[in-house]
Design a protein around this ligand. Structure first.
Ligand SMILES: Nc1ncnc2c1ncn2[C@@H]1O[C@H](COP(=O)(O)OP(=O)(O)O)[C@@H](O)[C@H]1O
Ligand SMILES: O=P(O)(O)OC[C@H](O)CO
Length: 496
């Protein structure tokens, strides 16, 4: 009998492969960071070949390291950074340009034009998204407009588009399969989330030949197979990383919510089979698609969460390792009046300002490195609190607890401060790799490795609860100052 499922978690900063056994114990993990390419301020790219090489590399490494025979693996699930756009040549399997990353702001002017052309209400209604450079649609257009001959080749059926899941599956199956799933499709700004089909009007407007687009599938089904040392392992699950985390946290029911602290920070609430429309800048998106039926989610997306910690480490050299943040943040009594707004690539929900840029305010002669580190970490909590308030106002649902996960959720200072500022208990599960676990569940369900959602639900195990301790006046003061700081960062970059 097969004993394992492998999850490939292709994140913004690293590729991971994790082996889970039937009881969801981690039997092996391998991870590789890859290059972030910043060709100009506000631009972010990845090399798709490096994405694939690092992801395939960790898959082989985790098997070799753990000594697990590939023949014992029941299935592979894939989860990925969403929206990031790859266009490649069908024949050669070579990308025509670097992947344009979700954080990249280069298509802000295309979005402005879309708004001037009156496309926004249609886009909102059809795709559940707002018009923003975040999503794939305008990134595809940019590649077709800027890479010599690309549009002609796309029209001739020679080029394919995919989000990272599609790209990986294409490569892993030797160019045999061009698919994506409902959750990733719902992040392209080209997908009709009511009728579950690519939208011709938006594709035509952006000049995107529809033959470039992948087939959209359920999140849990066998799409193809990877051949490793003679074993054919089915690829049987796909979900965008935030939706995978929602699934991995067993948020299967309407009103269930989680917040993931990765490079960005993403608060998602399952809204069942209803599309919930936000009045507060949240997105309506597909939570999961199983057996041809979808569940929807309301999402708040923060572009810079854990990434602020990387910035402190790699650019400011204030810390040597990410975990040092906790030490410095707790060395000072409070933030000393300092606020860092990490609008490095504009601001996402609820502001949606493509031209906001990072700012630090409140510095005095007494400000120390620790204050700036603390303020940077606090910024993730303030941004998430803004999302929570927007969600409460949109849904009328007052959460009793919030499930948390992701790389930065290991920072105890951040988690306690988050509970304090939200005035809400946070519950962190034993397995913080919830994104990977969600993709493993999807793959395992497709091949009968796990039985059903009830079995999965019963496995959720608590690691730690963070209970709010802050007094309301302090909370209000901090949020007031934070909003003042945000207002200083808005509309900074010059534009038409
Ligand atoms: N101990 C820590 N304290 C704070 N942030 C951390 C810590 N460890 C990792 N991080 C942050 O978490 C992020 C990585 O989380 P992960 O879930 O792996 O993200 P992704 O899937 O986006 O690559 C990085 O941005 C990193 O700076
Ligand atoms: O790489 P992460 O985990 O920060 O997630 C990125 C998101 O999918 C972007 O929408």
């Amino acid at each position: 009998m097969k004993k394992y499922v492998i999850s490939l978690d292709q994140g913004t900063t690293s590729s991971r492969a994790i082996i889970f056994d039937r009881d969801q114990n981690i039997a092996g993990i391998a991870q590789k960071e890859f290059t972030q390419i910043y060709p100009r301020p506000g631009y972010v790219e990845h090399d798709p070949m490096e994405i694939y090489a690092s992801q395939y590399g960790v898959l082989i490494e985790v098997l070799a390291q753990s000594g697990i025979d590939p023949a014992e693996v029941a299935a592979i699930g894939i989860t990925n950074q969403r929206e990031t756009t790859v266009v490649w040549d069908k024949k050669t399997g070579r990308p025509v340009y670097n992947a344009i990353v979700w954080q990249c702001r280069r298509t802000a002017d295309i979005c402005e034009q879309m708004k001037r052309d009156g496309m926004e209400p249609y886009v909102k209604d059809t795709t559940g998204l707002i018009v923003d450079a975040y999503f794939s649609g305008t990134k595809i257009k940019w590649i077709l407009d800027n890479v010599e001959g690309a549009r002609e080749r796309a029209e001739a059926g020679e080029l394919l588009f995919g989000t990272v899941d599609s790209w990986l599956i294409w490569k892993l199956t030797g160019g045999a399969v061009h698919v994506t799933d409902y959750t990733n499709a719902s992040r392209t700004m080209l997908y009709d989330i009511h009728d579950l089909c690519w939208d011709k009007k938006i594709c035509d407007y952006l000049g995107i030949p529809m033959q470039m687009l992948p087939q959209v599938c359920d999140c849990s089904k066998v799409y193809g197979a990877v051949s490793i040392q003679g074993a054919e392992i089915p690829i049987a699950g796909i979900a965008g990383d935030q939706q995978a985390a929602l699934f991995g946290q067993a948020c299967f029911d309407k009103g269930d919510a989680k917040n993931t602290y990765g490079t960005g920070c993403f608060l998602l609430m399952n809204t069942g089979d209803e599309i919930c429309r936000s009045k507060n800048g949240l997105l309506s998106t597909i939570a999961i698609g199983l057996d041809g039926k979808v569940n929807y989610a309301l999402e708040g997306s923060v572009f810079v969460g854990g990434a602020v910690v990387q910035w402190l480490r790699d650019e400011m050299h204030f810390i040597d390792e990410s975990r040092d943040c906790e030490y410095f943040a707790t060395k000072v009594r409070d933030n000393g009046g300092v606020y860092v707004v990490p609008a490095f690539t504009g601001l996402g929900a609820p502001h949606w300002d493509m031209y906001a840029r990072g700012t630090i305010v409140g510095i005095t002669r007494g400000t120390t490195r620790s204050h700036i580190i603390r303020a940077s970490v606090e910024s993730t909590a303030y941004q998430s609190k803004d999302l929570l308030d927007a969600m409460t106002s949109d849904t009328g649902i007052r959460l009793k607890e919030l499930r948390v996960d992701g790389g930065a959720s290991r920072d105890n200072f951040l988690m306690q401060f988050q509970a304090d500022i939200m005035d809400l208990p946070l519950r962190r599960p034993m397995i913080r790799e919830t994104t990977a676990l969600g993709a493993a569940y999807l793959a395992g369900l497709a091949v009968g490795f796990w039985k059903d959602l009830d079995e999965i639900r019963s496995h959720w195990t608590l690691d730690k609860v963070y209970t709010p301790k802050m007094e309301q006046p302090e909370r209000e003061h901090l949020m007031r100052q934070w909003h003042k700081a945000v207002s200083r960062s808005l509309d900074w970059e010059e534009h038409e």
